[in-house]
Design a protein around this ligand. Sequence first.
Ligand SMILES: Cc1cc2nc3c(=O)[nH]c(=O)nc-3n(C[C@H](O)[C@H](O)[C@H](O)COP(=O)(O)O)c2cc1C
Length: 174
Amino acid sequence: MSQAATDSPVLKAIFDRRSVRHFIEAPVEKELLMEALKAASWAPSGLNNQPWRFGVIRDPELKARLGGLTRYTNVLKSASVLVAFFLDRDSSYDYVKDCQAIGASIENFLLAVHAQDLGAVWIGEILKNKDEVQRILELPERLDLMAIVAVGHPAHRSQSSHRRPVEELILFDR
Ligand SMILES: Cc1cc2nc3c(=O)[nH]c(=O)nc-3n(C[C@H](O)[C@H](O)[C@H](O)COP(=O)(O)O)c2cc1C
């Protein structure tokens, strides 16, 4: 249920998006994925250096091998497609700012996925095995894994979530 106080589609997407961890067996159309990746690439970045790179994984065997590196095995295996987000060290100018930019890119991606009636979840837990991911995907060292996002057609949309009231989060308003 939307919490948006306006009709803004952007605000509605921000408030309505939930992490989706259960998917039906249906492929994600290439055009929809490309649109979401384009949204990811339109995130802001320091000096507009665009440090993000994307790896698209559809192969079931590869998904299963990556699934073995996280406790979210079934999420990775049941998603139609996995998108690995990397920081390209060759494009990096400031590690913290580049990580922030990639976070913005991932959020753009999640919102675009949601806006197209797909579902996704940001899997950070797999970073504990990032070297192994690197090895399985046969990637050069300059690509620094930031997250894997599992994408698919949601099995249901009954997920709920909560946030602390924003008033509690405002440290000062001078
Ligand atoms: C940096 C980061 C790492 C995350 N890692 C995981 C993860 O490994 N597994 C998972 O199921 N969800 C993961 N999430 C999703 C969060 O659990 C989720 O966003 C949070 O509980 C709020 O729920 P919502 O996205 O439905 O609003 C991650 C989110 C972020 C931003």
